[in-house]
Design a protein around this ligand. Structure first.
Ligand code: GLU
Length: 415
């Protein structure tokens, strides 16, 4: 069985609801997205043809604050995926205790198949279509798979031009020159490093003895490999959508990042490494596996062949619920996405705070506050897991879902 992202999100919520003994009404309230919109996004291609793409914005929950979550440009994006990702954002924001609900948006498109001008047109038209539901007090988009700082700048500019004045706080993950936060670019990866080190400490495993494989050498995986290397781990394999590179002696993530930034289409074929597939990377004999690409890559089908002792979910939803059960039987520890990759949205929160205050923090300040926030969240999850005999995922969900349920209870139902 391979659960879809939406099925996975619902199964995880049901587990938390059971653990929290939520009544059926509250469970249903937390299950259904508060608002989902589907928009047509007409795009004039450079050759004059008009193509109509489909875009989405789902606000899963707004009870603890404005909705918050990234924007995904990927050919496989659909409403079910966006709904799941929005739900995961709700639990993630509550878990790290920042005052946001959860949202996600996306357009079903391959951004690499567009010219820069087409990408800008698409972004501006998509923002125009979702404009009524976003805003610094309503819903704040950010980057996700297939989107970057420049796309955030176009989103912020489109919203600002429509409003008649500059609205910095409407998106996060912007370039620093227009109100982005220092440290946002590497924030998700730093969070992955902090939570990995916390998990290794609890398991009494020395980072210097660790062999690590990272699937997805993009914005998150590339820097996660570098930061884990900086912490003393040996990164033996990395991959991107075109394939992977393996070296038993260890790779130099900084050199690989330089190689990619210089225009190389893939890490596959990097001199001095063996080519491996993405599937082979997941099954390598390593201590720590960091899936940092897409959801649903470790399933009931291949989980039995995953040999890592610790799996750190830098991506959203890479391990399905049935794979979770297989890994648990084998005694593997999964650091769940809502904890492991929360560094990104945490620094998005810092960016929003800085934008609203129009007062900027240094990179050291951002990184230090992020470290404190991530280590506190990890400690809360680990201590609940130990106290109740739960997996880290179950404990993280219980805390996240529990905080949102509590906010619903306290606010009451209107009318
Ligand atoms: N897309 C990132 C995530 O999945 C960041 C979202 C944000 O910063 O709002 O957590």
């Amino acid at each position: 069985m391979v659960e879809s992202a939406w099925e996975s999100a619902q199964i995880q919520l049901a587990h938390a609801a059971q653990e929290l003994r939520l009544d059926d009404g509250t469970h249903e309230l937390l299950r259904m997205p508060r608002r989902s919109i589907t928009v047509s996004v007409p795009l004039t291609r450079t050759d004059g043809r008009v193509e109509v793409l489909t875009g989405y914005r789902v606000q899963h929950n707004l009870t603890r604050g404005p909705a918050k979550g990234g924007t995904r440009f990927h050919p496989a994006t659909d409403l079910d995926e966006v709904r799941a990702l929005a739900m995961w954002m709700t639990w993630k924001c509550a878990l790290v205790d920042i005052p946001f609900g959860g949202a996600k948006g996306g357009v079903a498109v391959d951004p690499h198949a567009l010219t820069r001008t087409e990408l800008e047109r698409l972004t501006r038209r998509y923002v125009s279509e979702i404009l009524p539901v976003i805003g610094p007090e309503k819903d704040i988009p950010a980057p996700d798979v297939g989107t970057d700082e420049q796309i955030m700048a176009w989103m912020m500019d489109t919203y600002s031009v429509q409003s008649g004045y500059t609205v910095r706080g409407v998106v996060t993950g912007k370039p620093v020159s227009i109100g982005g936060s220092r440290g946002r670019g590497g924030a998700t990866s730093r969070g992955v490093q902090y939570t990995t080190l916390c998990a290794l400490r609890d398991l009494e495993m020395d980072p210097h003895d660790m062999r690590v494989a990272v699937q997805g050498f993009g914005k998150v995986g590339g820097l996660a490999a570098q930061y884990l290397h900086d912490a003393g781990c040996t990164v033996v394999a990395v991959s991107d959508s075109k394939g992977g590179a393996y070296s038993a002696r260890g790779l130099d993530p900084v050199a690989l990042l330089r190689h990619r930034r210089s225009g190389a289409p893939s890490v596959a074929g990097y001199p001095g490494t063996d080519a491996i597939t993405n599937e082979e990377l997941l099954e390598l004999d390593v201590d720590v596996l960091v899936p940092a690409a897409l959801h649903g890559v470790i399933t009931e089908e291949n989980a039995g062949r995953v040999r890592a002792r610790v799996i750190v979910e830098a991506a959203n939803g890479p391990v399905t619920p049935s794979a979770d059960a297989v890994l648990a039987d084998r005694g593997a520890t999964v650091v769940p996405d809502v904890l492991a990759n929360a560094g990104g949205v945490a620094v998005s929160y810092f960016e929003w705070v800085q934008d609203l205050a129009a007062y900027w923090w240094s990179e050291d300040e951002v990184n230090e506050r992020l470290r404190v926030l991530m280590e506190r969240a990890y400690a809360e999850v680990a201590s609940l897991a130990a106290a109740r005999g739960l997996s880290l995922r179950r404990a993280a969900q219980v805390i996240g879902v529990g905080r949102v349920a509590e906010a619903h209870r306290t606010r009451g139902l209107y009318p």
